[in-house]
Design a binder for this molecule. Sequence first.
Ligand SMILES: C[S@@+](CC[C@H](N)C(=O)[O-])C[C@H]1O[C@@H](n2cnc3c(N)ncnc32)[C@H](O)[C@@H]1O
Length: 366
Amino acid sequence: MLDRQRPLPAARSHPGLALVEWRNRLIASPRFQALAQRLLPGRWIARAHARRLFDLTAGFVYSQVTAAFVESGLLDALAAAPLTGEEAAAAARLTEDAVTTLLLAAASLGLAQRIGDRWTLGVRGAALLATPGLGAMIRHHRLLYADLADPLAMLRRSGGGALARLWDYAPGSQPADAATYSELMAATQPMVAAQALAAYPFACHQRLLDIGGGSGAFLRAVGERAPGLELGLFERPEVLAATTASPGIARHGGDFRHDPLPGGYDLHTLVRVLHDHDDGAALAILKASRAALAPGGRLLIVEPMAALGSAPEGHAYFGMYLAAMRSGRPRDPGEISAMLQAAGFARVQPRTTPLPLVASCLVAFT
Ligand SMILES: C[S@@+](CC[C@H](N)C(=O)[O-])C[C@H]1O[C@@H](n2cnc3c(N)ncnc32)[C@H](O)[C@@H]1O
């Protein structure tokens, strides 16, 4: 459950509101639309808006085409070798007609491409293949889209749906398979670790504790870059029991909402953890980190944040994902900084990452 309480702005109190209302009336007027399509600059703008509206309307279909492309095995099969329609049908276990429908749809999205009588990957198919964990995430979205089949029902529901049942720490959810969940996290971890490694000099620390670090994938990535660092993992005992220990990584079991964190680490990381928790629990985690850090220690927060810069639509994804999960919410850097200060950190500094859509970074100083 969300526990944020934001006051609603008083109606019409903001000076910009009247201007925005005027703009919206103008855009919605059929005369304005007709005029915009007759004049050249207007026509370009109208086309760009129409395209964007089409994407909004058809986005679910794009996602399902992508899911079918991955789940049918066509992504891997076309990566291995170009295929005729007949071969593609056999690889996907579809009729030739059905595979042609799927491949033409995939081609229109840049996932596949037809050259002569063969099908191969398109530019987006090649990029998908090169993005570690994206295929696993697309398969995992089956649960999210089951919940989003009726988005209003999902938003109105007080208990969890298909996605919430996977996350066994989400309120109201069933016990779930910690290993499956940790595998998904580990599969998608390389693109997240790449953001943190580009943004923060881990080698300037002696001991790093990754809090809620799953199976240790983030620690292994940092360890490769900064081999002198001593590494520690804090996780729920059931996740530790379900995953294999990595050499050189000390494991500490516990619940970060209630248990003290182990001392002696000069850097803590929270990677894709804070946004999973409602405000009360999130503040408890930050306080636990502050209490365990010695003076001079730092906490690095790595996750997609609500201010996504050039890709604000990422908020629609993370906001709805966490709502379906029934726990947490995306927060912007300002909100997280205020929580860090409430938890006792002295100062917070943002660090630029290459892809904020994947993760942004904040460093908190004791
Ligand atoms: C979204 S996953 C992120 C895992 C990893 N940091 C990553 O980015 O791949 C959140 C992690 O927090 C752990 N976690 C959730 N609640 C916890 C708690 N109360 N105490 C300790 N760990 C917890 C989960 O088990 C899970 O591994």
